[in-house]
Ligand binder design. Sequence first.
Ligand SMILES: NC(=O)c1ccc[n+]([C@@H]2O[C@H](COP(=O)([O-])OP(=O)(O)OC[C@H]3O[C@@H](n4cnc5c(N)ncnc54)[C@H](OP(=O)(O)O)[C@@H]3O)[C@@H](O)[C@H]2O)c1
Length: 266
Amino acid sequence: MTKKRAAASQTKTLFITGATAGIGEATARLFASRGWFVGMAARNSAKLEALANELGSDKCSWHPCDVTDADQVSEALQAFSQRTGGHLHLLVNNAGILHAGGFEDIPLHQHHNIIDINVKGVVNCMQAAFPLLKATPGAHVLNMSSASAMFGSPTLATYSASKFAVRGLTEALNVEWARYDIAVTDVMPPFVDTDMLGGPVRDKVKAITRLGVQLSAEDVAECVWNAAATRPLHDRVTKPFKVLALLQKHAPETLQRRVVKFLAGM
Ligand SMILES: NC(=O)c1ccc[n+]([C@@H]2O[C@H](COP(=O)([O-])OP(=O)(O)OC[C@H]3O[C@@H](n4cnc5c(N)ncnc54)[C@H](OP(=O)(O)O)[C@@H]3O)[C@@H](O)[C@H]2O)c1
């Protein structure tokens, strides 16, 4: 039996970044509870270790790493691959940060951090994971994008741009990596009730008040589970955003900008 075919019959393996909180933690828990082996990455070692102890060392591995550091990412994936025999069925690029407010009011280093983590972090993980994905039949990369990758989002400009970048990477590699039997897709949830929307963010982003926060981290984890099976190029998660995506195809840009202005309270 070839290595690729042997891997197909084994326990499914997930490597997920941003596993210490919110959507990443909920997704790690869900996949582990459904029999997958889960490699969990994030910067906070204590949280990773506590979660790993809870899930059980036979169900997971934990890898402290900062996704902005390509060497750390590479080491994490090498350590993961030693636990999985060189296989990776699903890479979920979930680690991300958000800074909200008027563009000129957000310090430059925070704009840069968003790009470094949300965009360069995804690039680092995809490069480092490629050999494992290529060696695994039917491998899949699922990127955590956002509804803010549908329209440039006022008061979230750089965050929104970072998620457009994730969308671009997804669309390009969906085509490019098909030759290696690697699917590349993304999930684009609207607002989710996690620490990311804590603190002053809700006051700064009027769209949160207008649209509400309808999703929990567990809802999105379930959506990741379904997307891992059905693999739509973009999963917009909720019905209103699925409808909005249809409208976006046909509505004139002036109308679209009016909707964006209304949602942003501008
Ligand atoms: N919440 C929302 O409304 C929403 C909506 C759409 C999309 N999303 C996207 O969903 C993803 C998860 O968001 P969330 O709401 O679950 O956020 P969250 O609760 O704030 O969790 C973020 C996770 O990312 C990790 N992380 C941050 N910087 C990192 C770095 N440099 N290297 C490695 N890990 C890092 C954090 O762990 P450490 O601090 O331990 O590193 C944490 O585990 C993000 O990509 C976000 O943009 C969120």
